[in-house]
Design a protein around this ligand. Structure first.
Ligand SMILES: *Cc1c(COP(=O)(O)O)cnc(C)c1O
Length: 433
């Protein structure tokens, strides 16, 4: 069944090892494998499927675009699909938030958008260093990898990863959110600290791959103030936490900060189609024509589904409200689990949550047993010690409750050696068609 994957596909494959089956169809929060078995998806394409699999609203717009021979590939030529998207982005996302950004279409991946942001920051400041944060993840091309923390991923570069200086993320130096910013201010202002003034700081407001580490509003504001006071560009990598994952459209909105550059990918295309955006303050739009490019930066079917996702989900605040409400339920369930077992803790915001285990071997076991029971959850963090929950934002309350019950049973079974400790009955879901 899996032979051709093992014999032909490169050893680099990874998710298929954690979830050893062959998936065939998917809808909403459910994946179905070729034997007809269903899996509740609390992974959501690592955050690329915030609106669920094959979302029917987006699908019909996509099918209509294809059937009328709408443009599929157009580099950065002007098209009706791109115009409609730009107008929707301006009127639905930027103007209501008082955000004044120019829009760049890089190649359609998060890593390419990060590369563009770093190149631009270096170009407009004339400086080379970038400050990144401990446990950060920004992609695996060389520039993005240089600002990524994970040692194993960095080692794969095969060349020195230069011009990046890691700084302590919120919580890295203990509980005081002023500790990291105080250190950054000190080394910046000390002419003997040995640090070159950076072009930019690149930050995730919640570190997804790094273990669901949540930066506080206070920490983010201190960082933003330091950047603006010292002429350092603030880049927010909202590739995974943007598009409503934490509640508001942009993850930095709750902190009340305005980055110089924002990077979006993953769910911005809406349907899981490749697309990325770089949003930049107009004064930084100093690109020469074609200075950063990419053959697939005009993925027009993604522009259609991106636009319809904005129109359908973001003209009111309903999705934000439901994400926050569902997130509360996740948090309550995880807090309950954390209270039951020593060395277990919960963290998260909106609909991204993590259950961290002091015994780093547990999260992987939870993920494996959850898969056997029909629930997809991945692990993250430096030692894969965190079970990461990333359901589609469109998950129903029933589906969410079912997944959380299943997860609790799995954790009980692994941590207490018995599924009966909570008194829960083996979860059964009857609502998925
Ligand atoms: C996934 C991710 C990236 C990289 O995106 P790719 O499309 O995989 O290149 C960059 N930054 C963050 C925060 C991500 O989660």
């Amino acid at each position: 069944m899996t032979t051709v994957f093992e014999t032909l596909e490169s050893n680099v494959r990874s998710y298929c090892r954690a979830w050893p089956t062959v998936f065939d169809t998917a809808r909403g929060a459910w994946l179905r494998d070729e034997s007809g078995r269903e899996y509740l998806d609390f992974f959501a394409g690592a955050g690329a499927l915030n609106y669920g699999h094959n979302n029917p609203v987006l699908k019909s717009a996509l099918l209509e675009h294809l059937s009328r021979d709408g443009i599929t590939h157009a580099l950065d030529m002007s098209t009706t699909a791109k115009r409609d998207l730009l107008v929707a982005l301006r009127d639905i996302v930027l103007v209501p938030r008082g955000l004044d950004y120019k829009v760049q279409f890089p190649g359609p991946t998060g890593a390419n958008a990060v590369e563009a942001a770093l190149k631009l920051a270096r170009k407009v400041t004339g400086r080379t260093a970038i400050w990144n944060f401990t446990n950060s993840f920004h992609g695996v091309s060389l520039g993005a990898l240089a600002v990524t923390g994970n040692a194993a991923k960095r080692a794969a570069a095969g060349v020195p990863l230069a011009h990046a200086v890691p700084m302590p993320y919120d919580g890295y130096l203990g509980d005081d959110p002023a500790a990291g910013p105080a250190w950054m201010r000190r080394v910046l202002d000390d002419s003997a600290s040995g640090l070159d003034k950076p072009a930019a700081v690149i930050v995730e407001t919640v570190q997804g791959e790094g273990g669901v580490n949540v930066a506080s509003g206070q920490w983010l504001r201190a960082l933003a103030e330091l950047c603006s006071a010292r002429g350092i560009l603030l880049i927010v990598d909202d590739v995974q936490m943007g598009c409503g994952r934490t509640g508001p459209f942009f993850s930095f909105e709750t902190a009340g900060i305005t980055p110089d550059i924002v990077v979006l990918s993953k769910s911005i295309g809406g349907y899981g189609l490749p697309m990325a955006l770089v949003l930049l303050r107009p004064e930084w739009d100093q690109w020469a024509p074609g200075e950063h490019n990419g053959t697939f930066r005009g993925n027009n079917p993604a522009f259609v589904t991106a636009r319809v996702a904005l129109e359908h989900y973001w003209t009111g605040d309903g999705l934000t409200a439901s994400t926050l409400a569902l997130g509360e339920r996740v948090r309550d369930a995880l807090d309950e689990l954390a209270a039951r077992y020593p060395g277990v803790s919960a963290r998260g915001r909106g609909l991204v949550h993590g259950l961290a285990f002091a015994d780093v071997s547990v999260a992987g076991k939870v993920s494996r047993l959850a898969f056997e029971r029909g629930l997809l959850v991945e692990t993250s963090g430096p030692d894969d010690e965190v079970v990461k929950l990333l359901p589609p934002l469109t998950v129903t309350p029933d589906e969410l409750g079912y997944g959380l019950t299943l997860l609790a049973e799995v954790v009980d079974e692994i941590c207490a050696g018995s599924p009966a400790v909570t008194g829960t009955v083996r979860a059964r879901f009857t609502g998925c068609g």
